[in-house]
Design a protein around this ligand. Structure first.
Ligand code: AKB
Length: 330
């Protein structure tokens, strides 16, 4: 017989945690790997099913190989585990997407359609779909880009995110699917490596710093982009997913801001700790992508709807990144 809970314990147990079974699609990626651990801590390792294209031998917990472009395979997994929530994180990012535009569109859209349809057919409670600052294009105001400005992206990744946001809204309005989304800025973390984005330089730079190497930056020194520290990005994702339904006024995707900086400003922040650190600039095709994106984002709607507030600024983020990566490399 299970031990009896005292009244305090039973009050503390949130019924929805007990009933929740989460599937993470793209769990080995930059965000997925960190989010998976956070959700395991919160909901229990048995209630979180991580999935990705290839087996992850070092993974602790329940892992399933899944190609999210395969509708039947996705549906089988959802039914097998009695999934109630899906976090769909798999996508080809901005820089890699420009190397293969048509297959990027196919992969990003097919996997999203499969998640939407399986969610509708199996009555999934809640879905998370990541969008990006890449939904904005050259014509949008660079500073404090508003939530509701016209979306005219310049990359295939951005085009797939705009389409995805509209499909999310459509599934919400037509079928009542509770799908929620954030337009992520560049996310910077020490736990995982980035995978083919334009903001990747802001992670790569820290690996070079702690290895005492010169960093060759693929963006111009003064190109300012919106960024967020990983802890803030993960907290935002979970706070949005746990917010009461009636608070969610945006069914496309929420603007989200952490901090904004240029490569030059990041180098200066690093040089406060490593004065000898050297950066050189060798801009490539990613410069044009970065130039088409906002420099800073107006996230006042997220702040008003679900109390979003970032905790990390550039120096706080630099300190943690260097401390954590020093541990990793020594
Ligand atoms: C990318 O650079 O493509 C991503 C993003 C901002 O969506 N990190």
């Amino acid at each position: 017989m299970p031990p009896l809970l005292n009244s305090m314990d039973s009050e503390q147990i949130n019924q929805s945690y007990i009933m929740t079974k989460i599937l993470i699609v793209g769990a080995s990626g930059q965000l997925g790997s960190v989010l998976t651990e956070k959700l395991q801590d919160k909901y229990g390792a048995d209630n979180v099913i991580a999935s990705d294209l290839r087996m992850n031998p070092s993974f602790n917990g329940c892992f399933e190989v899944l190609d999210a472009t395969d509708f039947e395979a996705l549906q089988r997994l959802v039914l097998k585990f009695g999934i109630t929530q899906i976090y769909h994180l798999a996508a080809i990012l901005s820089a890699n997407g420009e190397k293969a535009p048509l297959s990027t569109w196919d992969i990003n859209m097919k996997s999203l359609f499969n998640v939407l349809e399986v969610s509708r057919l199996t009555n999934i409670d809640r879905v998370f779909f990541p969008s990006s600052i890449a939904v904005y294009g050259n014509d949008a105001p660079k500073n404090q880009t508003p939530q509701d400005y016209v979306l005219a992206p310049s990359t295939v990744y951005g085009i797939s995110k705009v389409a995805g946001e509209n499909w999310a809204k459509y599934y919400h309005e037509k079928y009542g699917l509770d799908i929620r989304s954030i337009r992520y800025p560049g996310v910077i973390g020490h736990q995982s490596l980035p995978g083919g984005g334009t903001t990747d330089y802001a992670i790569d730079i820290f690996h070079k710093v702690v290895k005492n190497e010169v960093f060759e930056c693929f963006l111009e020194p003064t190109t300012i982009l919106p960024m967020a520290y990983m802890d803030d990005a993960i907290r935002a994702t979970i706070e949005l997913m746990e917010a009461p339904k009636e608070n969610i006024s945006v069914r496309t995707s929420y603007n989200l801001s952490g901090m904004s900086f240029s490569p030059e400003e990041l180098a200066k922040s690093i040089q406060k700790i490593y004065p000898e650190f050297e950066i050189v600039y060798q801009p490539d095709f990613r410069q044009k992508i970065a130039e088409s994106w906002p420099s800073s984002i107006d996230d006042s709607v997220a702040r008003a709807d679900w109390n979003w507030k970032p905790k990390f600024d550039i120096d706080a983020m630099t300190n943690v990144m260097i401390d954590e990566l020093k541990l990793k490399y020594t």
